[in-house]
Design a binder for this molecule. Structure first.
Ligand code: MRU
Length: 344
């Protein structure tokens, strides 16, 4: 298939170094951060140089390569023990996206088969994880697009795009595919307070690919739906539990309630690396709380009343009964039906 509208790649391995597009600086600056140490990778994930569940996992996989390279120069027999602490730090960098620990487990599964220098085998595995994520996004794009009817107007939240993945995106992959086939006629993006993933990242990457986008504040979503301007809400996810509950950027749950109230369809697009079958339901998901400054300030400027406190959970959980479709690369699940029908 010819994948149109597909120019953005946030993560690159080049010259034995990890190159990350610094998402803190978008849309005004396109700066590449070059990393050679695993501790720098852990910090980059914590600080949101790279963000979005699949992108965090891919970045961590390359982090393991850097850790192993360094440890192997210190000891060619004991490198696995030396990197143990690095891997734990990486795993804890951001707690909600299960893709991070999923990727680390994929990398660790290779350890026993390694005899000698671990770097070539681990690098091959990290590149495989990276490419398979892009392939999964292409597949989800095709599957999700088939659910749409002609003249669909969609609303997305946060950034579940190329920037949040190896490339092409999950929710934005479906939007790219739907735009390419002409089924999507209008894309709205929530600005996504407090970190502004919508206005800074989603708008930037869609416009890089010449897909028109209209920004609105989260508070406008109810009016958009009441005025019948939206047919679908399409979002990504950081973790989906066995019963179909979905953790995603704070505000997603509210959109799901609004969508149900207004007869708007709600689609979650996520690879199977986002599915956590060890958790039975969403109440077991650890929700990351981020710094209160993200709420109290904007672009480094104080905006809130001095003395006010802030509550800043980065994610919320949408119950399965509010989700119409979960699109994965392996097929489509309808979580609200009692038998969790798998389509496609
Ligand atoms: O805090 P972020 O920017 O990492 O949050 C990202 C999201 O909530 C995305 O929707 C999710 O990770 C899916 S990305 C394909």
């Amino acid at each position: 298939m010819n994948h149109q509208y597909d120019t953005v790649r946030p993560i690159n391995w080049y010259n034995e170094q990890l190159h990350l597009l610094d998402q803190r600086k978008l849309p005004h600056e396109q700066t590449i951060m070059i990393l050679e140490q695993v501790a720098e990778v852990t910090k980059a994930i914590k600080d949101m140089v790279v963000r979005g569940a699949p992108a965090i996992g891919i970045t961590a996989a390359y982090g393991v390569v850097l850790a192993a390279k360094d440890a192997y120069t210190k000891s060619n027999t004991n490198w696995q023990t030396i990197i143990d602490n690095d891997l734990q730090q990486l795993a804890q960098a951001r707690p909600t996206a299960v893709n991070l620990v999923w990727a680390l487990k994929q990398m660790q599964a290779k350890f026993n088969s390694i005899d000698g220098n671990p770097v070539p085998i681990l690098l091959e595995e990290a590149k495989r994880i990276h490419q398979e994520d892009i392939n999964a996004n292409y597949r989800m794009g095709e599957l999700g697009e088939k659910l749409l009817s002609n003249n669909s107007r969609v609303l997305t939240h946060c950034n579940a795009g190329a920037l949040a993945t190896g490339g092409y995106g999950t929710a934005l992959g479906v939007i790219r595919s739907g735009y390419a086939t002409g089924k999507i006629t209008e894309v709205y993006a929530d600005e996504t307070r407090p970190w502004l993933q919508g206005s800074r990242l989603t708008a930037w990457e869609l416009l890089q690919d010449n897909i028109p986008v209209t920004l609105s504040v989260e508070g406008a979503a109810a009016s958009l739906m009441q005025r019948k301007l939206i047919d679908w809400v399409i979002v990504g996810s950081d973790r989906i539990t066995a019963n179909g509950d979905v953790a995603n950027k704070i505000g997603t749950y509210g959109l799901a309630i609004l969508a149900r109230q207004h007869g708007v369809k709600f689609m979650v697009v996520a690879p199977t690396s986002t599915v956590d079958m060890n958790l039975t339901d969403g109440s077991q998901i650890e929700i990351e709380n981020r710094a209160t400054e993200e709420v109290l300030t904007l672009a480094g400027q104080n905006i809130a009343t001095i003395g006010a406190k802030a509550w800043n959970p980065a994610f919320d959980v949408t119950p399965a009964e509010l989700v119409d479709f979960i699109v994965t690369e392996k097929g489509i699940v309808k979580p609200q039906s009692s038998d969790m029908d798998v389509l496609g």
